[in-house]
Design a protein around this ligand. Structure first.
Ligand code: TRP
Length: 333
């Protein structure tokens, strides 16, 4: 990996791997492996910030790691957060260099805690949810990452990470941590097919997300029942549902079909049944190799878990080196 710049990103083991997550992150992560030294974490410590069930947390963590591999991530680039506990030690040190005020300004915390308390008046809002951006900063700088491929929703967390790294460097009087930069790529907006005004997400419920690893019949059924419009919207306007179907088609790489169908739409002769059928075909074809790969991985789960543990141990060595230096620099005995 000599000479390649460091990229790091992480995914929470909450929920399934759906098309929003695939097009929004994983597809890009796979591509970045060519050009960069990449590290990708399945961050189960972050998965504890909202109420969780231990058995589910364990299962989801392995599930997500397996699915990342099935989508094309090199196992050597994958680690499981809790197998690299140095992240939490660094987070403690960094939390002492992060102000309470900074954390209260995090919009994701404000949104999430509001969402939680609205859904349940006895809601439990953990300190972990509040300090989570500090752990995220540790996740990034522990590997001296240069680039962090994330969505725009993480912009503020990245900015905070840069501030924390700057403060650390100032305290220890050394340019120790490089300042990481976000890596934004053109990411299609993937909306729920059941409600195309909302972002596809696991938390909205089953019908709102299309699982990459679902049975092809189910994928087809979900796409065929996608919300469109009753034909009362026409070019140059487009309803959110139809727009979403077009973005899915484009994102899955079917550019020619996309162009043809768009042409039909513009001339007012596109039937939505046909559009849906083409989208379903495209998605099923694109995801088929992933399902096949998952079957292979699942056939010897123990061996795959062992591989993931080994890659985590290798990655841990790098985190340990950083922590040794950080402790030294910070005056910790
Ligand atoms: N906060 C990110 C999310 O919710 C997940 C995450 C945790 C992350 N640690 C990270 C992303 C480090 C990039 C880098 O999606």
């Amino acid at each position: 990996m000599e000479g390649k710049e460091q990229v790091l990103s992480c995914i929470q083991p909450t929920g399934n791997v759906h098309l929003g997550r695939y097009f929004g992150a994983i597809q890009n992560w796979v591509a970045l492996q060519e050009k960069y030294d990449c590290i990708y974490g399945v961050v189960n410590y972050h998965g504890m910030t909202t109420p969780f069930d231990p058995q589910k947390l364990r299962t989801l963590t392995w599930d997500v790691a397996f699915r990342l591999m099935a989508c094309g991530l090199d196992v050597n680039n994958i680690f499981i957060h809790s197998l690299v506990p140095e992240h939490t030690e660094l987070a403690w040190i960094l939390s002492c260099m992060t102000s309470y005020g900074e954390l209260t300004r995090m919009t994701q915390f404000k949104d999430k805690s509001l969402q939680i308390s609205e859904s349940n008046k006895d809601a439990f809002i953990s300190t972990g949810l509040f300090t989570y951006p500090v752990l995220q900063a540790a996740d990034i700088i522990i590997y001296h990452a240069r680039y962090v491929p994330v969505g725009k929703d993480q912009e503020q967390h990245l900015e905070l990470t840069r501030n924390i790294a700057t403060r650390f460097n100032h305290v220890v009087k050394k340019e120790y941590f490089p300042l990481p930069e976000p890596l934004y790529t053109e990411i299609p907006k993937v909306m729920s097919t059941a409600d195309p005004t909302r972002k596809m997400s696991a938390s909205l419920g089953e019908k709102h997300n299309i699982d990459v690893f679902a049975d092809p019949n189910r994928i087809r059924k979900q796409i065929m029942s996608a919300v469109t419009d009753s034909g009362d919207v026409s070019y140059p306007d487009m309803s959110p549902g139809v727009e979403n179907l077009f973005s899915l088609l484009k994102a899955s790489g079917y550019t020619e079909t996309y162009a043809n169908l768009m042409h039909l739409y513009q001339s007012g002769t596109l039937g939505y049944g046909k559009l849906k059928e083409e989208v379903a075909n495209a998605i099923i074809e694109m995801t088929e190799p992933f399902r096949q790969k998952l079957l292979i991985l699942n056939a010897d789960k123990r061996a795959v878990k062992e591989q993931i543990k080994q890659s985590s141990a290798k990655i841990r060595e790098r985190a340990q080196k950083t922590l040794k230096e950080v402790r030294e620099l910070s005056g910790l005995i």
